[in-house]
Design a protein around this ligand. Structure first.
Ligand code: 0RA
Length: 656
């Protein structure tokens, strides 16, 4: 009781913390609380706990958070904050710690930080995590003592026990997700690392350490990374631009709350020609569907750059004006090569849209517009060389847009002689029901031939590609539309591009596009080029789950009458053990170097037959990670690419 009064918590009054719902409700309908019970939900549990520590940090009482993936796939999150209060809760007649851990939505009512992460997306609090864990232990170091309580499925199994002394403060939560609830119970390091990295960029000054205790490397060390940013979202943009060449001397960065809400924005132009990459956040939540904060950013960007371009007279010189003297520049011309991170804190965020990740608060548009307008104007004044470089880039973008319109018109004009504009190389399927149709994009003409002969021609279409396709990460927008290979892909799919670059998929011809390349480094590279094309130009199709990668086998192993297609070296070793008594020479192995070595029947059996094949769905778990990966893999700088490939050496192994 004393405890709360000292902390000023009495303001909330005993009534404000009510038993709203039992945790049984959470166990009955977990998806309602954490989105889903698959991998996403599993990882969401960690975010939910870390968010509480971040809130404590934002309140100014914590600067270090440690996250461990334990050997049994339980998770430990500890922080050096004040520690969850353990004193008696007046109305509930039990420890505040127990209330926070076992009552839905109770946590938020205690901790008075105004921009709570936990007000956001799922924001259900640590009690939800407790409900969905078959074991939870909380340790609180506070007032010189260490307290501990344990739970099972959200129910306390011990009291709040003082178990020792502590000369520090903080909270440690250990939870083990309940396998009877989750369909996936193995944590993926990378998913957690991406989120921790993002949180470190978004909350400058906090150190987050992630350690995987499940396995050691050859030196006996656990895999561990420390995420910390002194420069906040400025460093975030630096990270996203790694591998690209910046067009300007510095990254534009602003951080202010003088317009009514805390706003932090960083932005830079690079010399690439892809569309803008804007990563936006509200209270640390990634706003995938954007919203008023992004709208405000765009308004300011267009307004300030338009004025600057006008004043510079560069546009006139480039003859990009009509008869009335109006600039032939449109807002999209400011998007090319732009990378920006927008982070705002909103006291009562309204989230809208399909995935509830679109900020609706109208006042925030003005806040961001003013903040960015002022900072950008000042920056351009102080860095006229950068201003000039940006405007020149915008001019090139406008010229490219006009060139692209011509190229696109050419592509999109229907040609009745070739079946309504379909590419001649396409072996189309008979069905016209897009929902059941599949397009195989196949590397090489010879593999294309086998695929064509082996397919189910009712629903499977084949588009063979010759050689490499254009790297759209480096190519100018209109070059993309001038590339015959890419024209063929767009035309076969039936997609079009509007004047504002948005994608029109109303005439999409296949709901599945399957990339089928050789299982070697070149094949992996071609697959990456095609994925880059989809990521930068047809992102919606990835989001809709329309893009797949075929997995052709690496080996055909035989022993007598037994014949098996095998995909990994481990499978081959098993075959050797099982049928050759461990002797490699006792079996025959055919190693498929390329798709072309398989005949039509083999290709159908192993790779194309919907009843037996394995397709890998291409997803974007995390737009930030994908953005970074594509810049690194496909950008101009060789050094980070080499480093990246060395660290993620799975491609190299394919050819081993
Ligand atoms: C309620 C009140 C106070 C702090 C916290 C909760 C708190 C919760 C979590 C969860 C993870 N780490 C945490 N750290 C703190 C304020 C306590 C005070 O005023 O001393």
């Amino acid at each position: 009781m004393e405890d709360f009064k000292q902390q000023g918590i009495e303001n909330y009054g005993a009534d404000s913390i009510q038993v709203l719902e039992g945790l049984e409700a959470v166990r009955k309908r977990p998806s309602m609380y954490i989105g889903d019970i698959s991998s996403r939900g599993l990882h969401h549990l960690v975010n939910e706990v870390v968010d509480n520590s971040i809130d404590e940090a934002l309140a100014g009482f914590c600067d270090r958070i440690e996250v461990y993936i334990n050997e049994d796939n339980s998770i430990t999150v500890s922080d050096n904050g004040r520690g969850i209060p353990v004193g008696m809760h007046e109305k509930e007649h039990r420890s505040a710690l127990e209330v926070v851990m076992t009552v839905l939505h109770a946590g938020g009512k205690f901790n008075k930080s105004s921009y709570k992460v936990s007000g956001g997306l799922h924001g259900v609090g640590v009690s939800c995590v407790n409900a969905l864990s078959d074991f939870t232990r909380v340790e609180v170091a506070r007032d010189g003592k260490l307290y501990r309580q344990e739970y099972s499925c959200g129910k306390p199994t011990t009291g709040v026990d003082a178990i020792g002394d502590a000369d520090y403060t903080g909270t440690k939560v250990i939870f083990h997700p309940d396998a009877s609830i989750f369909t996936e119970t193995v944590y993926k390091y990378d998913i957690l690392a991406n989120r921790m990295r993002e949180l470190a960029f978004l909350n400058a000054g906090i150190t987050i350490v992630l350690t995987d205790l499940r396995s050691k490397d050859e030196n006996g060390n656990y895999h561990s990374e420390t995420f910390h940013s002194d420069e906040g979202v400025r460093e975030f943009v630096k990270y996203l631009e790694q591998g690209n060449t910046l067009l300007m001397s510095d990254i534009i960065h602003l951080k202010t709350d003088k317009y009514g809400a805390p706003v932090e924005v960083a932005m830079a132009y690079d010399n690439g020609f892809g569309d803008e990459r804007i990563h936006s956040y509200v209270n640390n939540i990634h706003t995938q569907e954007e919203g008023t904060h992004v709208a405000g950013f765009r308004q300011a960007l267009t307004r300030v750059l338009k004025k600057y371009a006008d004043d510079s007279k560069l546009v006139e010189k480039a003859k990009l004006v009509d008869k009335e003297g109006n600039m032939l520049i449109n807002p999209n011309d400011f998007k090319e090569g732009l990378t920006a991170v927008i982070s705002v804190k909103v006291a009562e965020p309204q989230f809208e849209g399909q995935t509830k990740t679109k900020l609706g608060n109208s006042e925030i548009a003005g806040v961001v517009n003013q903040a960015v307008g002022e900072a950008l104007t000042n920056y351009l004044e102080e860095h006229p060389e950068d201003g000039k470089a940006i405007i020149e880039k915008v001019i090139v973008a406008a010229q490219a847009r006009i060139a692209a319109r011509n190229a696109r018109d050419k592509v999109q004009r229907k040609n009745p002689l070739t079946g309504g504009g379909l590419p001649g190389k396409l072996a189309d399927c008979k069905s016209k029901d897009a929902a059941e149709c599949e397009l195989f994009i196949v590397e090489g003409d010879s593999a294309g031939g086998s695929a064509k002969d082996g397919r189910d021609s009712r629903i499977q279409a084949i588009l063979p590609l010759r050689g490499k396709i254009l790297n759209v990460e480096k190519a100018m927008y209109h070059k993309v539309f001038e590339s015959e290979t890419i024209q063929n892909i767009f035309a076969a799919l039936g997609v079009k591009f509007n004047e504002d670059k948005t994608l029109d998929i109303s005439h999409l011809r296949y709901h599945k596009t399957i990339i089928m390349t050789d299982a070697d480094v070149d094949g992996a590279h071609i697959a990456t080029l095609i994925m880059t094309l989809f990521f930068r130009y047809m992102r919606e199709l990835i989001d809709m789950g329309c893009l797949y990668i075929a997995t052709p086998p690496l080996y055909l192993c035989k022993k007598g009458d037994v014949k098996r297609y095998l995909w990994t070296d481990m499978q081959r070793q098993q075959f050797i053990d099982e049928f050759g008594g461990g002797d490699e020479k006792a079996i025959t192995t055919q190693r498929y170097k390329g798709l072309g070595e398989m005949n039509a029947e083999q290709l159908w059996e192993t790779t194309m037959d919907p009843a037996h094949r394995t397709l890998r769905l291409v997803t974007i778990e995390n737009a930030m990670a994908a953005d970074h990966a594509f810049s690194m893999l496909m950008g101009e700088d060789v050094a980070p690419r080499r480093e990246f490939i060395e660290q993620n050496a799975t491609y190299a192994n394919i050819d081993a």
